[in-house]
Design a protein around this ligand. Structure first.
Ligand code: 5AD
Ligand code: SF4
Length: 362
């Protein structure tokens, strides 16, 4: 017999079946889960939201993930990379507006030129901001040497989503070759930690072939690898990708969003002091999606600082919001939404994951 939800929420360590029960809660009954998660968040990390200005540096990518709109076999997006000046301007904007932190994200590229450009930009941004602007990278799988070079140049956090912790599902979402190897991705997460980064990972939610078991295992996986930060969100189909063929199997978008919010809430209860992002994909489904994530336990937001003219080329999935916004529009909208949710903004604060701070002390 299934246990009542309030009993599960009182437990110290959640087990697979209990996690599955929580993940399957539908509105309005998941309100009790969100309430508990918000309570845990308030006590463990407070109700401050930390900002990371997102710079989508380039949509060139050597990979061919079956779900992604900028995969290399999609010939439709115009490929771009920002100029050094554009990156520096975006970083300066973040610094001036006291975001305290930026994320440089891009498709995967391991060319010498790319590696040294990033290294140079890191050094320049650090110099310009007296090392006060924290820099997170989200540039895919790279060698340990590259990770070290970027770390030494001043990047201290790295995001690399595992996408799914189930190796069989991973194979269905990617070409079966060396570039898209589950074990390599897992090893890379370990490498990042070894180098010294504060490490973030995440998954997509509502993928074709994905089960509630998979999702519950994803949360247990985050706990097992002792992750510092998590960004996860609904899978949103893109018509120019191979996975689009399976769209008839997908849950309605609204359900994918509810499950994503349940994932955030359960994770907050399981890993009280990590950083959890309210992701853009949630906002794609519901304009209030990110605020709802904050009230379900998230504590990080990533306003987009990519210059407006490039935004429609960085469409990983359809209807990605903010394509018509400029940095100011995006900042104002986000600020309002955070305050409306009853949270405050951690201006000028790095907002390192408390989990990470404790981990390096020990
Ligand atoms: N729907 C939702 N998220 C996606 N991503 C890529 N394609 C999609 C999609 N169709 C996510 C992946 C990747 C991150 C940068 O964007 O999780 O790691
Ligand atoms: Fe490239 Fe990342 Fe898209 Fe995969 S998900 S194709 S690695 S940008």
């Amino acid at each position: 017999m299934l246990q009542p939800v309030d009993k599960i929420l009182e437990k110290k360590d959640l087990q697979l079946d209990e996690i599955k029960t929580l993940l399957q809660l539908k509105p309005p009954s998941n309100a009790i889960l969100f309430k508990k998660a918000l309570d845990v968040k308030s006590k463990a990390v407070g109700r401050k939201v930390y900002l990371r200005g997102l710079i989508e540096y380039s949509n060139h990518c050597v990979k061919n993930c079956y779900y992604c709109g900028i995969r290399c076999n999609n010939k439709l997006p115009q490929r771009y990379h920002l100029t050094d000046i554009e990156v520096i301007e975006a970083a300066k904007y973040a610094y001036k507006n006291r975001f305290a932190s930026i994320v440089i994200q891009s498709g995967e590229d391991s060319s010498k030129r790319f590696i040294s450009t990033i290294e140079r930009l890191l050094a320049e941004i650090n110099k310009l901001t007296n090392g006060e602007l924290h820099i997170t990278l989200s540039l895919g799988e790279q060698s340990i040497d590259t990770y070290r070079r970027w770390y030494d140049a001043g990047a201290h956090r790295y995001l690399l989503r595992i996408e799914t912790s189930n190796p069989d599902l991973y194979k269905k979402l990617h070409p079966r070759d060396k570039l898209h190897d589950y074990n390599h991705r897992l090893d890379t997460l370990k490498t990042l930690r070894e180098v010294g980064y504060q490490v973030g990972t995440g998954v997509m939610i509502g993928l074709p072939f994905q089960t509630f078991d998979d999702l519950a295992e994803d949360l247990l996986f985050f706990r097992k690898i002792d992750i510092d930060m998590v960004g996860m969100g609904p899978y949103i189909e893109h018509e120019n990708t191979p996975l689009f063929e399976y769209r008839a199997q997908l849950l309605p978008l609204k359900e994918r969003l509810e499950i994503s919010l349940n994932m955030v809430a359960v994770l907050r209860i399981m890993m009280k002091n990590i950083n959890i992002a309210a992701t853009t994909a949630m906002q794609t489904i519901d304009p209030q999606g990110r605020e709802r994530a904050l009230l379900a336990g998230a504590n990080v937001m990533m306003p987009n600082l990519t210059p407006a003219k490039y935004r429609d080329s960085y469409l990983l999935y359809k209807d990605k919001p903010g394509v018509a916004d400029d940095a100011v529009g995006s900042k104002n909208a986000m600020e309002q939404s955070i305050l409306l949710a009853g949270e405050t903004i951690g201006y000028g604060e790095w907002g390192d994951s408390k989990h990470y701070e404790l981990r390096i002390k020990n």
